[in-house]
Design a protein around this ligand. Structure first.
Ligand SMILES: [Mn+2]
Length: 333
């Protein structure tokens, strides 16, 4: 059954949860603030209900989530290891089971054989669970989860509220995205009212940037390319990453800065990987679909934010990809 409304879905979700004791909580690979915030929001709510939730991530948590209440309870899956026994699986903020990553690759049969409930806000979600709450108009999965917990009559603790506030703030880039609506702001108000630690979330996201990330941005942005039609792009080499002492996630910050440039319509960040190939991150303004460009090389994402692994060197990749970006810009001017 696929529901789009939390109030309509509440009874069916409650029935599945009431029948289960051990509940495996899953989210997408390379989890973001909404993925982990939702995972932990559900974790706290289920624990408060006397259940045994098992939050399991396919890859490591972003550093800004490590201070969330309960973050230490999230196990990071080690490929090749056993799947924990559970009566029920709850998948959050994830369009398909395969997006769970290595956990799915190693245990697809076991995952499919167990009852699955889903909450998500991705438009591409296929609703493959026993009970699904999918609302693409929700700003974040956390917004949807909070509505569901309330509709199920479950109390939301300050710890749970803090985690869901993280999801709300990160997925809306602090209420900047077009998905931010009146309901988003009401949810934020409700979360603060039940005790969300706003300061913890804001400090973790905005005031905890490692100096290595700043150094990397400086190196990358010192060679910023700006073309007519609003195309902005940079390259980041392995040498620059090492020079800055930065990890791969540091480039997210550079991408965020590119998006803020006046007149930007498409921005591209080409990051060299250790094997010499390139990871391309694309962002665009509404009206330009960069997911379609990422799909040319089997990448994907959203219309305004997409990514793809390219089988080219850092020297080759811009020469090959930029003509497609220029064409997309010309087609929409
Ligand atoms: Mn999300």
């Amino acid at each position: 059954m696929i529901y789009t409304d939390a109030a309509a879905a509440a009874a069916a979700f409650r029935e599945q949860i009431d029948q289960a004791q051990t509940i495996l909580l899953l989210t997408h690979i390379h989890p973001d603030g909404d993925a982990i915030g939702s995972l932990l929001g559900a974790y706290h709510a289920l624990r408060d209900l006397g259940k045994e939730p098992l939050p399991l991530a396919s890859s490591s948590l972003p550093s800004y989530c490590l201070g969330l209440p309960g973050a230490e309870a999230v196990r990071v899956y080690v490929p090749g290891t056993a799947l924990p026994e559970a009566d029920l699986i709850w998948m959050l903020d994830t369009a398909t089971l395969s997006r769970v990553g290595a956990i799915f690759d190693d245990h697809s049969a076991a995952l499919i054989s167990r009852p699955l409930i889903i909450t998500d806000h991705h438009v591409t979600n296929d609703g493959g669970g026993l009970v699904n709450l999918i609302d693409p108009s929700a700003s974040s999965n956390a917004e949807l989860l909070f509505a569901l917990l309330q509709a199920m009559g479950l109390p939301v603790s300050p710890a749970a509220a803090t985690c869901m506030y993280m999801g709300l703030i990160t997925d809306t880039q602090s209420f900047q995205t077009s998905s931010t609506g009146a309901r988003t702001l009401r949810t934020a108000a409700d979360l603060l009212e039940v005790g969300a630690n706003r300061r913890l979330v804001i400090d973790a996201i905005y005031f905890s940037i490692p100096d290595s990330t700043m150094r990397l941005s400086a190196l990358a942005l010192s060679n910023l390319h700006r073309e007519a039609d609003g195309l902005v792009w940079v390259t980041v080499s392995q040498h620059q990453l090492k020079q800055a002492g930065a990890g791969a996630e540091a480039t997210d910050d550079t991408t965020a800065q590119l998006q803020r440039i006046v007149g930007m319509r498409i921005c591209a960040l080409f990051r060299e990987l250790e094997d010499g190939t390139v990871k391309l991150s694309l962002r665009s303004v509404p009206g330009i679909n960069v997911a379609a460009i990422a799909q040319l090389w089997d990448g994907g994402g959203h219309r305004q934010a997409a990514g793809v692994s390219l089988p080219f060197s850092l020297a080759e990749a811009p020469t090959i990809v930029l003509p497609y970006l220029r064409a997309a810009l010309t087609a929409t001017t």
